[in-house]
Design a protein around this ligand. Structure first.
Ligand code: HEM
Length: 225
């Protein structure tokens, strides 16, 4: 399969969860049977939050996948995956602002400040914003090396998101525990790769070197702007 066709297939796959959610929303609005349960707002929180975390983790998995499999073309999907993480996070935030609190900014701000879990989530979204904005080829060219540094923010962002996920879950911690384990493996891989690079570069006098290529999540084309 050629790259453009693969990209179209990836877009369709990435949009399917959102299309399904909007379809269920329409069924609810139309008083028809739907999957949104007796508490649709809570359901949408969980659904969009879970998809946002999945895309964040998938974005971090692409670079190791390329190194392990040697399938270089996979890197062409990293920016797309990062932007879909942003898309699902925005749906998650909109659900909170529009459906949950109906634009009651006083309560929304109070919740963000007073509930540490929400503070973590909000910090992750604020940090994600510049990554989404600068994910275009123009910004990659303009920022040069700074772009690579900026996009390393994806690591604290994903950590904040997984911590938020852990704090939000009330009883069953299996899912956030799985997310945390995947994140630990992905960060552990990068650490291992960084040490490997350092030792290869200068075995006698190991000096930290950039682990360029171990890569962030949102955009990837920085390696070949
Ligand atoms: C990168 C940012 C974020 C990510 C990846 C994220 C992801 C998640 C995940 C995975 C869950 C738990 C879903 C489950 O239990 O299955 C969750 C729950 C929740 N999130 Fe977020 N979140 C983010 C930011 C935010 C922000 C900024 C807010 C509000 C301003 C927010 C509000 C909530 C609420 C209220 C719940 C709990 C829903 C409930 O149990 O009723 N999240 N989030």
């Amino acid at each position: 399969m050629k790259l453009p066709s693969l990209k179209i297939a990836a877009h369709i796959l990435a949009l399917l969860p959102a299309i399904w959610l909007f379809w269920q929303g329409w069924l609810l609005y139309d008083f028809q049977d739907n999957a949104l349960t007796a508490n649709p707002i809570k359901y949408i929180h969980h659904y969009t939050g879970d998809w946002a975390i999945r895309f964040l983790l998938l974005g971090l998995a692409i670079s190791p996948l390329r190194k392990i499999t040697g399938w270089n073309r996979v890197i062409a999907f990293r920016r797309m995956v990062g932007l879909y993480a942003f898309f699902y996070v925005m749906l998650h935030l909109l659900n909170f602002i529009v459906l949950d609190y109906y634009f009651d900014w006083a309560i929304i701000i109070k919740e963000i400040i007073k509930r540490p879990a929400i503070t973590f989530g909000m910090t992750a979204i604020i940090l994600l914003l510049p990554l989404a904005v600068t994910s275009t080829r123009g910004w990659i060219r303009r920022l040069g090396k700074k772009w690579v540094k900026l996009h390393k923010l994806i690591y604290p962002i994903t950590i904040l998101a997984v911590v938020h996920n852990f704090m939000m879950v009330k009883a069953d911690i299996l899912q956030p525990a799985i997310h945390m384990a995947i994140l630990a493996v992905l960060l552990g891989y990068r650490l291992y790769y960084w040490f490997l690079l350092r030792r290869k570069a200068n075995p006698a006098n190991p000096k930290p070197r950039s682990s360029k290529g171990a890569g962030s999540g949102m955009a990837t084309t920085a390696e070949k702007p």
